[in-house]
Design a protein around this ligand. Structure first.
Ligand code: FAD
Length: 336
């Protein structure tokens, strides 16, 4: 079981910066994100795009901003649970909270900060009957790659034609025992340079590539053992495999957060703009996930919300202590 002062749901830019603001006030943070990496929308949707409205940076690449935030919070040693979704929140008798994730990780904390952005990114799944029977690491069907080493020496089929499918094809070509990529169109959606490299691997016989191929079915006795697809000539092809990883992109859903009894406005959490507290004492919501009159879904607005939230959360975490407000130019950044 993980124990911390504040559990932050969502490791996007706003969740990450909240660690810094909490750290200045000597509060420890644990972050949970359903994605296998930190950075939220910046790392998942637009890592290579430049951002122009971060104060002090005339231009900063999205992934660079995430990397800088990780550097900035390093002195406060945040801990992470990645690739898991927070599903349940309950209040314990002493007023603290217990959170449970999709993989049954349990986190106990004194306050919760929801920095869940657009919601939890859920994989788009192929429309194939009976797919759910094979979902999970032990059954052969995965929608995300957390640890590429897991596939070392295994037969793997990837499906998709976006950046994620291309990048993982390039990476796993040297890891998997046999790698196949099937894509339903005749061109890739991902970066042209990555597409060229994938075609080159296929020409060299290092991977099997099927374009214009339409995934039809999966089979196996308890564990996935083969997939079939219609090839470009509409012929049925069967491939024996250990794993199938459809990488059709992710779409955000509010998900379990909608069932926690928080006051909501459509898909956003209503907050008090004095401190970004929600309708449940001890639970705060910052960044894209919250709503209030005049709300702007911008990174810099989320950063501001994180600072005000931290000062209020301090009073919740340490009810008998007074928060002291000091400029970092005066106090410095005092590592834990
Ligand atoms: P997010 O970045 O959405 O991160 C939230 C995280 O929470 C996600 O990683 C998600 O997986 C996780 N999560 C959600 N629910 C759960 C759960 N139950 N359990 C576990 N994890 C969960 N803003 C700007 O200021 N300037 C720009 O130039 C700009 N350009 C943009 C360009 C594009 C293409 C897009 C899509 C957005 C742009 N934005 C820009 C908006 C900006 O990306 C968002 O304001 C910012 O990402 C919000 O940060 P966040 O941390 O609140 O949420």
């Amino acid at each position: 079981m993980i124990q911390t002062d504040i559990c932050i749901i969502g490791a996007g830019p706003v969740g990450l910066f909240a660690v810094f603001e909490a750290g200045l006030l000597k509060m420890r943070c644990h972050l949970v994100d359903v994605l296998p990496q930190v950075g939220g929308q910046l790392s998942e949707i637009y890592p290579k795009k430049p951002i122009y409205d971060i104060p002090g940076y005339p231009e900063v690449n999205a992934q660079q901003l995430v990397d800088n935030l990780m550097k900035q919070i390093a002195p406060f040693h945040p801990t992470f649970t990645l690739g898991e979704k927070v599903k349940m929140v309950s209040r314990l008798d002493d007023g603290s909270f217990e959170l449970t994730t999709s993989e049954d990780t349990v986190i106990r904390c004194k306050a919760i900060v929801i920095a869940a952005g657009l919601g939890s990114f859920e994989p788009r799944k192929p429309a194939i009957e009976g797919l759910e029977k094979y979902e999970g690491k032990d059954k052969g069907l995965l929608y995300m790659i957390k640890d590429p080493e897991f596939f070392r020496g295994k037969r793997v089929v990837l499906a998709g034609g976006g950046d994620s499918a291309l990048d993982w094809t390039l990476f796993l070509a040297n890891v998997a025992g046999r790698l196949t990529l099937i894509h339903r169109n005749e061109t890739f959606r991902g970066a042209p340079d990555s597409g060229e490299k994938v075609f080159a691997l296929a020409r060299e016989g290092k991977i099997d590539l099927y374009m214009n191929a339409d995934l039809q079915s999966v089979e196996g006795d308890g564990k996935l053992s083969a997939i079939t697809f219609l090839d470009k000539d509409q012929q049925t092809v069967k491939i024996e495999t250990d794993y199938l990883v459809p990488l059709y992109g992710l779409s955000p859903k509010l998900g379990p957060i909608s069932n926690w009894g928080l006051a909501l406005d459509k898909n956003n959490i209503q907050v008090n703009t004095l401190d970004y507290s929600t309708s449940i004492p001890g639970i705060y919501a910052i960044g894209d996930i919250n709503t209030y009159p005049g709300k702007l879904k911008l990174i810099l607005c989320g950063f501001h919300e994180a600072a005000l939230m931290a000062h209020s959360a301090f009073k919740y975490v340490y009810p008998n202590q007074k928060p002291s407000f000091k400029y970092t130019t005066v106090s410095g950044v005092n590592e834990f």
